[in-house]
Design a protein around this ligand. Structure first.
Ligand code: NAG
Ligand code: NAG
Length: 418
């Protein structure tokens, strides 16, 4: 009898087991969901500052006009007493050819490049436009802390190219670069495209990199350009962006104003906002000009977009870039996540190879570095680099009113890039 009762008790317990498992798992996942909800809420509160005015952009973005002194940068403990600089103390000489567009016929006219939200309003003086982060933006990230940050190891490594031909994390590049000097900035004009992205977790961008440090350890990097990143923005629009890190993408830095660091002074340009219009294949070409340079007086790294001083990275954010850069890169980067076990068909630039040339291939033109005497100079020894030239390639040239330039990009997967 006793044994029998034991059996039935344990049977009863076994019968209960699925319910117990369900209850325990259910309760704990409920607790972690609410923990995540409050973590997301706190993060949104940090990122989205009180707005003086909000503008609903036709592309679905909300642009908040936030008082300059309330921007995310000033959450940084080192910036508590910072006196904001509305203008750089120094601007490198030699600027020319600002913001021009080349049409098919080779004629030039003033660029109409703008940001989509401009159609619906402007931010008042003493405010800056900030793209509002939505709950669903953060929920797309693998963790709240990872939202707005690049993955470790995403940098093109031309130095070690001979040793490892394929970069980590499937990141692929087609770039021009210079190294070995003391560079105090970089400039270029690049045409803007809307490359197709095969998968949500991939992206395609075109930018310049201002670099110093060891690639995997303590790399300092300042980056600016345009990107298509469904993961970061929730759509396939082409957007203006910046990035910075002072420890090789590990603990510091972020895109745009998604952490404390970059101090914005401009009320017209919103980081992360869509750019319009976009170049079309065999049609009109639209390009943007970006200049990043170090103000020798204050030590801050400034960014100019077209003719606008956008803002600056205070020098204390960096270790090596507290002095000068050692390498400058210009070009494209995509993520090849090898969906279906094949090379991704995510496009770089226009999605066409460099040899197709003007109005078909993507380009960087009027490429400059800022030299030791703080002047805009030619990028002496500009070298091409790509991991797989059959997928994405780069072709350097110089001469004429384009100065130093290159065409770059490609379609990704094709018969020579399986
Ligand atoms: C800011 O200024 C206050 C008062 O002058 C001073 O006590 C504090 O240490 C300063 N903080 C920083 C980060 O410089
Ligand atoms: C982005 O593009 C991909 C394919 O190129 C498409 O599958 C996806 O639906 C697009 N996403 C949006 C939000 O339009």
């Amino acid at each position: 009898m006793a044994a029998c009762g034991g059996v039935s008790r344990s049977r009863r317990f076994l019968g209960l087991l699925p319910f117990l498992i369900w209850a325990v798992v259910g309760v704990s996942s409920g607790a972690s969901a609410s923990r995540q909800r409050s973590e997301v809420w706190r993060h949104l509160k940090r990122l989205n500052k009180r707005a003086v005015k909000s503008i609903q952009s036709p592309d679905g973005d909300i642009i908040d006009c936030v008082h300059v002194s309330h921007q995310p940068a000033f959450d940084h403990p080192f910036l508590k007493n910072h006196t904001i600089q509305m203008m750089p103390a120094f601007h490198p000489e030699g600027l020319y050819d600002q913001n021009k567009v080349r049409t098919n016929s080779g004629q030039k006219k003033n660029s109409a490049i703008t940001q989509m939200w401009h159609l619906k309003g402007r931010c008042p003086k003493n405010t800056i436009p900030i793209r509002r982060t939505k709950r669903k933006d953060i929920l797309r990230a693998s963790a709240v802390k990872k939202y707005g940050r690049k993955k470790h190891g995403s940098i093109p490594k031309p130095i070690s190219a001979g040793l490892d031909m394929f970069s980590e994390n499937g990141h692929q590049h087609a770039i021009g670069y210079v190294e070995g000097g003391r560079y105090y900035g970089a400039k270029a004009t690049m045409n803007v495209w809307n490359p197709r992205i095969q998968q949500l977790n991939e992206f395609s961008l075109s930018q310049l990199w201002v670099l110093r440090g060891a690639f995997d350890v303590d790399l300092n990097s300042i980056e600016a350009g345009w990107q298509v990143s469904p993961d970061l923005y929730g759509d396939n629009n082409t957007r203006l962006f910046t990035y910075w890190t002072s420890d090789a993408y590990q603990a510091t830095g972020c895109y745009n104003l998604l952490c404390s660091g970059f101090i914005q002074v401009n009320n017209r340009i919103a980081m992360g906002a869509s750019i319009s219009p976009i170049s079309s294949y065999s049609g009109s070409q639209f390009d943007i000009t970006i200049l990043v340079w170090k103000d020798p007086k204050e030590g801050n790294w400034w960014m100019q977009f077209g003719d606008a001083y956008v803002g600056y990275w205070p020098s204390f954010l960096f270790s090596f870039l507290g002095d000068s850069a050692y390498m400058i890169q210009w070009g494209g980067e995509v993520v090849n996540s090898e969906p279906d076990g094949q090379h991704t068909s995510t496009e770089m630039g226009s999605g066409h190879f460099p040899q197709e040339g003007f109005s078909k291939a993507s380009y960087f033109r009027n490429i400059h570095i800022v030299d030791e005497s703080n002047r805009l100079g030619a990028p002496e020894g500009l070298q091409p680099f790509t991991e797989q030239s059959n997928c994405y390639n780069v072709q350097i040239g110089d001469g004429g009113d384009w100065g130093n330039y290159f065409y770059y990009g490609g379609p990704g997967r094709n018969e020579n890039c399986p």
